[in-house]
Design a protein around this ligand. Structure first.
Ligand code: NAP
Length: 281
């Protein structure tokens, strides 16, 4: 019987641990969330982030800016928040409207307030094994594997997808945990054959129910990062869960797998940032 990895439970555990820590150590943390435009999915993510902050005891400040906001206006706001000693985490909700260059905005965030872990300095630190903020979704996946005692060291890990926010940092984190890592993308020649090498298969391809049992080695651990609404408006992942389930040793469901971990790890980064800023004073 496959283990169903309960990301909701682990995420709640982490939030409870953070809440206790904030309370016991009297940690003064403030996250600032900036949203440009009113994309409905982004609004839900922002709302959930504020709710998690409130639960843990992290203060939150938000800016809801109109669609017409210019790149310069947004960067000016980020720079003023960089200087603001009351704020220790800055998060710009992505995607941004197409007239704004996301890379330029992310680069403007002070690396020590970049709780999303997207700034090139934090990505570079991850690459060379130095301390820094980790990208939340990949960090959440490592946390799930560890809390379920799933061994990583020495195992074959295949990651499908090479985006800057999931695939690439995921590969670096698995490498840091001493897995043997393969990254697949749209030009990979035989995706199914490569995927079947995996002891741990991590899927971030952005295509609903794309990964069937043909891509999965018997007994593999499957981590599904994807999140979609199907034709019946039901949530599903990049993995065809029902098809794959009889063949795996452990799997993350959608919803309730990787998704809830992203916010938990964001909250963790906010607390780390507040502790670091206090230590630097
Ligand atoms: P993305 O930027 O669209 O990247 C998709 C990756 O998949 C790309 O590297 C692409 O290759 C690769 N790919 C596409 N079609 C392929 C194919 N037929 N064969 C092999 N590789 C293929 O996506 P993302 O931002 O990483 O997100 C992936 C999924 O995770 C989405 O469903 C997203 O909604 C979800 N997500 C969830 C969370 C969460 O908190 N749970 C967080 C972030 C993302 P190329 O590079 O060659 O184009």
């Amino acid at each position: 019987m496959a283990v169903i990895i309960d990301g909701k439970r682990i995420s709640n555990d982490i939030k409870d641990e953070l809440k206790a820590r904030v309370n016991e150590q009297n940690i003064d943390a403030t996250l600032c969330v900036i949203q440009v435009g009113n994309d409905p999915a982004s609004s839900i993510y922002v709302k959930n982030k504020k709710k998690a902050c409130e639960y843990i005891g992290i203060k939150s400040v938000s800016y809801e800016l109109p669609d017409e906001t210019t790149e310069k206006e947004l960067i000016d706001l980020v720079q003023s928040l960089n200087e603001d000693k009351r704020i220790n985490g800055i998060l710009v909700q992505l995607p941004l409207p197409s007239h704004i260059n996301s890379d330029a905005v992310i680069k403007a965030i002070a690396p020590n307030k970049d709780v999303d872990g997207f700034h090139p300095e934090n990505v570079g630190n991850l690459c060379i094994g130095r301390q820094g903020f980790l990208s939340c979704t990949p960090a959440g996946i490592i946390e799930l594997l560890k809390r379920y005692d799933i061994p990583i060291e020495g195992r074959e890990c295949v990651i499908i997808g090479r985006s800057n926010i999931v695939g690439k940092p995921m590969a670096l984190l698995m490498l840091r945990e001493n897995a043997t890592v393969t990254i697949c993308h749209s030009r990979t020649r035989d995706l199914a054959e490569t995927a079947r090498r995996a002891d741990i298969l991590i899927v971030a391809i952005g295509k609903p129910r794309f990964i069937t049992k043909d891509y999965v080695k018997e007994g593999a651990v499957v981590i599904d990062v994807g999140i979609h609404r199907d034709e019946d408006n039901k949530l599903c992942g990049d993995v065809d869960y029902e098809d794959v389930l009889p063949h795996v040793s452990a799997i993350t469901p959608v919803p309730g797998g990787v998704g809830p971990m992203t916010i938990a790890m964001l909250m963790n980064n906010c607390v780390q940032s507040a502790l670091q800023m206090t230590a630097d004073k």
